[in-house]
Ligand binder design. Structure first.
Ligand code: HPA
Length: 278
């Protein structure tokens, strides 16, 4: 396991990407479980697999293609990471941060992160989109931070502020686009758990008690790394399932992928709308 990521490793990965494309994106996107379809929308696409990039955390999960797609969307140069790796796959947190480090070095200033999440807020339903207004870094609090180890001063401070993890102006744009498009946009607090087991009913009561609206197994490490280097972040959860509070329903990955089909068209509208407003 790669415990820490160094500048040299990041530079090597950046060089490997630059050998495959000359596009210089200002916006980066990470697509969560079942949400990869969004990449179809790009024009003048240049796509390549990420699995042969040095030190790369390669995704092993169904629904995560493991590709970079560079191209244009709404006249903006963008790069899309179709499929991400997760802590439960066996990577260290710093290694999970590598893709965001690489995006930053390639010139990305705005990061749009998406994920599939379970509804903890009882008002939320499968198929809903939730704009992240904040997150709880429970896994980070217990010591598993992507920033653990020697600080990369070239990117940011040893003790980065996380007061506005999600950019307020970009949240306002997401809200506006949802209103224009005429669908309900949820807003709330996301929590990243380590997984891969889903939550017990007692876990879920605990999460609700500490102010969680949606639960997943990603995003927070990437956002922590993005904020370390001052990138502006938008986070969108696609709600794939209700919390299994009574222990009577069964949460499955299949359900998560199925919900993606309803979520992707809405997500496309939101992301295109945000890009248009930039
Ligand atoms: N729990 C954790 N992660 C998830 C869920 C869930 O219910 N749904 C999609 N990702």
């Amino acid at each position: 396991m790669i415990e820490f990521i160094t500048m040299e490793m990041i530079d090597e990965a950046v060089d490997a990407v630059r050998r495959r494309t000359t596009i210089e994106p200002k916006v980066g996107m990470i697509l969560g479980s079942g949400l990869g379809g969004l990449a179809e929308e790009l024009e003048r696409k240049e796509a390549f697999p990420t699995n042969d990039l040095p030190y790369w955390p390669v995704s092993t999960v169904e629904g995560h293609a493991g590709r970079f797609i560079f191209g244009e969307l709404e006249n903006q140069s963008v790069m899309v990471m179709q499929g991400r790796a997760h802590y439960y796959e066996g990577y260290s947190m710093p290694q999970l941060g590598l893709p965001v480090r690489v995006m930053h070095r390639l010139g990305v200033e705005i990061l749009i992160v998406t994920n599939a999440a379970g509804a903890v807020n009882p008002e939320f339903n499968p198929g809903d989109l939730m704009c992240l207004v904040d997150h709880i870094n429970l896994v980070g609090m217990t010591g598993l931070s992507p920033l653990r180890g020697p600080n990369l001063d070239e990117f940011g401070l040893r003790f980065p502020d996380m007061g506005k993890a999600y950019d307020r102006d970009l949240i306002a744009i997401v809200r506006e686009v949802a209103t224009e498009e005429g669908f309900i946009l949820r807003e709330g607090v996301y929590i990243c758990l380590a997984g891969p087991s889903f939550e017990t009913p007692a876990d879920l009561r605990f999460l609700r008690g500490i102010g969680v609206d949606a639960v997943g197994m990603s995003t927070v490490p990437e956002v922590t790394v993005a904020r370390h280097s001052g990138m502006r972040v938008v986070g969108i959860s696609g709600i794939s399932n209700k919390a299994n509070l009574d222990g009577e329903t069964i949460t499955t990955h299949k359900e998560v992928l199925e919900a993606g089909k309803i979520i992707v068209p809405k997500l496309i509208k939101i992301i295109k709308g945000v890009l248009k407003h930039l």
